[in-house]
Design a protein around this ligand. Structure first.
Ligand SMILES: NC(=O)c1ccc[n+]([C@@H]2O[C@H](COP(=O)([O-])OP(=O)(O)OC[C@H]3O[C@@H](n4cnc5c(N)ncnc54)[C@H](OP(=O)(O)O)[C@@H]3O)[C@@H](O)[C@H]2O)c1
Length: 385
């Protein structure tokens, strides 16, 4: 079986590759992402995430069209806020079109584009080491997992076509808070249909019908497009990931700050459980044309999570609330190119604060054949306890 895993360097992708390999160590996996050599640090990781540019390892993307000059660009350019002096990480510069970013004439140097972005797109293929479990469980890995990875962009139809070629299964999920995640999803579905892909597994989100959240609306549209296709699809709808909570950072700070009222109990699911189910529906028959909620019954307030970290580590961890304005301040300050991300993050936060993003674990329990992972297990794993 040949499987394409979109976003192999992301948190979901890493866990998925881990789970696929644990079912079949020899399974043939192809990845598709833009920067195979760099591990992605999702902007969804809390705490202190969105307002601490300096702590981020990756830039948030600025999309063509967002900076008033989109029509002149053919690809997304990544702008590194405060980072234009880190050229050493990139291999080549390109000329930026005058008028781009509204400051063309004023710039003294061009913005650099990552290798593979403009000219080599999906044509570059290389073996990469994927860090299963990415941020939280990498250390537990006993052996390197290598996959063949295409360097390409989900926004590029040619890259999508190359990526799905020869694949039996496509595992697709969108980069978080991407303004064009619907187009990426429907584009991947079109490519899969054209290539005769047998099975399409799509990672959506729990309660995707809560359409006040832009990311949900985008995912719902992709789910609808899948249902219109003749593919054998399976949709997995995960709750907020436990991995959004950066246990090591909370421990280092002696405090866990989350952007919710302290009384809000949040539902979380372990990405490892999501990945286990994804591997199951990929390898086993009987899951076509089905959508599954991937949720736990556990819902914890910030103080309860802080207390768990304190208990497991034996060190005090206080709890607090990050003002929502602070959550998006960094994005808003970064300019209009971040407007969608800021809006999407705000609305997601508002919905989570209202509803707790809670879910029902019955389906996940059935799929796993065991209880879903508990938050305490996740904390223990993070701390190697
Ligand atoms: N966090 C949660 O609690 C939660 C809950 C439910 C659902 N979700 C959904 O799960 C998904 C996010 O998963 P995640 O946190 O695992 O993502 P992530 O860690 O941000 O990883 C994104 C992956 O996609 C790749 N990527 C980004 N832009 C790309 C592009 N234009 N073309 C090709 N590849 C691209 C990245 O690699 P490169 O940067 O190298 O391209 C990376 O491998 C989102 O759809 C989110 O809405 C999240």
């Amino acid at each position: 079986m040949r499987i394409l895993v979109v976003g192999p360097t992301g948190r979901t992708g890493c866990h998925v590759i881990d789970a696929l390999r644990s079912r079949d160590p020899d399974v043939s996996i192809r990845g598709l992402c833009r920067y195979p050599e760099t591990r992605t640090r999702s902007i969804e990781v809390m705490p202190g995430n969105l307002d601490t540019g300096g702590q981020r390892t990756r830039a948030i993307e600025v999309m063509p069209g967002n900076l008033d000059t989109g029509g002149q660009r053919t690809r997304a350019i990544e702008v590194m806020p405060g980072n234009l002096d880190t050229g050493g990480q990139r291999t080549r510069a390109i000329e930026v079109m005058p008028g781009n970013l509204d400051t063309g004439g004023q710039r003294t140097r061009s913005i650099e584009v990552m290798p593979g972005n403009l000219d080599t797109g999906g044509q570059r293929t290389r073996a990469i080491e994927v860090m299963p479990g990415n941020l939280d469980t990498g250390g537990q890995r006993t052996r390197a997992h290598r996959i063949e990875c295409l360097t390409g962009d989900l926004e590029n139809p040619a890259d999508r076509t190359l990526a799905v070629e020869g694949m039996d299964v496509v595992v697709h999920y969108a980069p978080a808070f991407h303004p064009r995640e619907t187009a990426m999803g429907t584009g991947m579905i079109d490519a899969a249909v054209a290539a005769g892909v047998k099975r399409f597994v799509y990672v959506s989100a729990l309660h995707v019908q809560a359409a006040s959240v832009p990311g949900n609306a985008a995912k719902l549209a992709v789910e609808g497009y899948l249902a219109e296709s003749a593919l054998e699809w399976t949709v997995l709808r995960p709750q907020s990931f436990m991995q959004n909570i950066d246990v090591a950072a909370a421990l280092a700070a002696g405090k866990l700050d989350l952007p919710f009222p302290l009384g809000t109990r949040q539902g979380h699911v372990d990405i490892a459980d999501l990945a286990e189910v994804l591997a199951k529906v990929t390898f086993e028959d009987g899951h076509a044309l089905a959508g599954y909620d991937i949720a736990s019954d556990e819902a914890l307030g910030t103080a309860e999570i802080a207390a768990l970290i304190a208990t497991v580590s034996g060190q005090p961890v206080a709890s607090g609330e990050i003002p929502v304005a602070q959550l998006v301040a960094g994005l808003e300050a970064a300019g209009p190119g971040y407007a969608y991300v800021a809006e999407a993050a705000l609305r997601l936060n508002a919905w989570q604060a209202r509803s707790g993003g809670r879910g029902n674990a019955k389906t996940l329990r059935w799929l796993l054949g065991r209880e879903p992972g508990r938050f305490e297990d996740y904390v223990r794993r993070c701390l190697g306890a």
